[in-house]
Design a binder for this molecule. Structure first.
Ligand code: 5GP
Ligand code: ZN
Length: 112
C-alpha cells in the first residue's frame, strides 16, 4: 500500500529525490535530510503504515526483514564501530513522518 500524500512514499516512487544507499523490492534506505549524527540513515518498508503500534504479523515480517538487512547496510555506510537504531512512536517521541521508519545513527561516538 502507498499513501499519495506521504513524503516517504514519494521518496519510494522517486517523486521526491533522496540519496539512496540501499534498495530492494521490500525496503529502501536513504540519508536523512537533517542528519543528527555523522551517519544518519532512514530505513523504510515499501509498504505504507504509520506507526509501530499499527504492527500486525505481515508488517512484523517486514520489520524483521529490515532488521536482518540493516547490519550489513550500516557497516557499508560508515558504521563499522557500532550504531543506534531508533523508532519514534507518536507525538511524545517527536515522530514527524507517519510512515514507519528506522533511524540508523552512527559514524561517531553517540551521546546518549
Ligand atoms: P521522525 O521524527 O518522524 O522519527 O523522523 C523523520 C525524519 O525524516 C527526520 O529525521 C527528518 O530529518 C527526515 N526527513 C523529513 N523529510 C525528509 C525528506 O524529504 N528527505 C529525507 N531524506 N529525510 C527527511
Ligand atoms: Zn508512506
Amino acid at each position: 500500500m502507498i499513501d499519495k500524500n506521504c513524503i516517504f512514499c514519494k521518496i519510494i516512487s522517486g517523486e521526491i529525490p533522496s540519496q539512496k544507499v540501499y534498495e530492494d523490492e521490500k525496503m529502501l534506505v536513504f540519508k536523512d535530510i537533517e542528519p543528527k549524527a555523522k551517519v544518519h540513515l532512514l530505513a523504510i518498508a515499501k509498504d505504507h503504515f504509520k506507526l509501530l503500534s499499527d504492527m500486525d504479523e505481515s508488517r512484523a515480517e517486514l520489520v524483521k526483514y529490515m532488521l536482518l538487512k540493516i547490519p550489513a547496510i550500516a557497516k557499508e555506510n560508515g558504521c563499522e564501530k557500532g550504531y543506534r537504531l531508533v523508532i519514534n512512536q507518536g507525538e511524545d517521541a517527536g515522530q514527524t513522518v507517519f510512515h514507519l521508519h528506522i533511524h540508523i545513527l552512527g559514524g561517531e561516538i553517540l551521546p546518549w
